[in-house]
Design a protein around this ligand. Sequence first.
Ligand SMILES: Nc1nc2c(ncn2[C@@H]2O[C@H](COP(=O)(O)OP(=O)(O)OP(=O)(O)O)[C@@H](O)[C@H]2O)c(=O)[nH]1
Ligand SMILES: [Mg+2]
Length: 338
Amino acid sequence: MAGAIRLAAGVVEGSRAALSRAITLVESSLPDDFARATELFVELTRQQARRPTAHALRVGITGPPGAGKSTFIEALGRQLLDGGKRLAVLAVDPSSATSGGSILGDKTRMHALACHPSAFVRPSPSSGALGGVALRTHDAALLCEAAGFDHVLFETVGVGQSEVEVANMVDMTVVLLPPGSGDGLQAIKRGLIEHADLIVVTKADGELRAPAAALAREYATAMSMLRRRWRGWRTPVLTCSSHSPADVRAVLGCVRDFHATALRSGRFEQNRSEQELRLLFSAVQGELAFRLRTDARINALIREQHRRIVGGEVAPRVAADCLSTLFVERMRGGQSAQ
Ligand SMILES: Nc1nc2c(ncn2[C@@H]2O[C@H](COP(=O)(O)OP(=O)(O)OP(=O)(O)O)[C@@H](O)[C@H]2O)c(=O)[nH]1
Ligand SMILES: [Mg+2]
């Protein structure tokens, strides 16, 4: 527990080394670390009660591989930092099946941010944590907030389901799409933009300026036919060259506009509350499943039922029902005993 107290204090004081260690802890798949991460959050909540921290704006930046996400985050990040903001950038790889190799390349790409005293860049996500990607990403965002960062950006490679996962973890989803890939409105087919609060067609400079503008028009038309994300917000479509400060400023303006609109309408709070409920359910499921797998007594019960199934004494569904009923009854018993 002493370790948790020190680590929590380091995070709240804004120590990057402590923040890094804390994120490593919540990303770890070792059972001991899982327990230590839980202790850390108990302690963090206690310390924050004395020094409350404001919520950061969490923005998911997603898009196909090579869309220009890291370059854009670097440009946007620099403007946020120039405006006196404190920024954390976290890479998320929801589909742990993908290599994450491209994200590792960002260490060099986000160099200017990584060196800035008001920025924190965490380029390589780990996979396979016990609580699942949603929990560990949420934990990482909470840690960044506790460390005083007011903007948390998540870079995620858009490969199918990942957008949905990311949209479930952030306040705003920005989808970046590159021009000139020759696949036109592919992103619609792949469901990439259903969760977009803002669409940005990237690399709108040089030879790609005209194709980017054409693609943005196509998306704007398509979006006008899609159902609104929520009343009061129609997903805008912008073009942007990350090399043009004016373009990046326009995107930042749109992000601010979204934030203000979401706060004003109550959508912001509602979205977070829904996310936290989903998170709670999935975290409890994950933890119960883990305990079922690792508890010796429960394992013995499961093996006993397994023997009965193999021996033809009982059908699997009947054994499962019997075990589940037993667990629930024990839980209730434990409750009344307290
Ligand atoms: N011309 C031009 N090139 C850009 C722009 N933004 C990014 N690029 C180039 O596009 C390539 C991919 O950029 P990244 O920022 O690494 O893209 P990414 O989406 O982070 O890529 P992954 O993380 O690998 O999925 C690089 O060669 C960049 O230099 C831009 O605004 N204009
Ligand atoms: Mg990248």
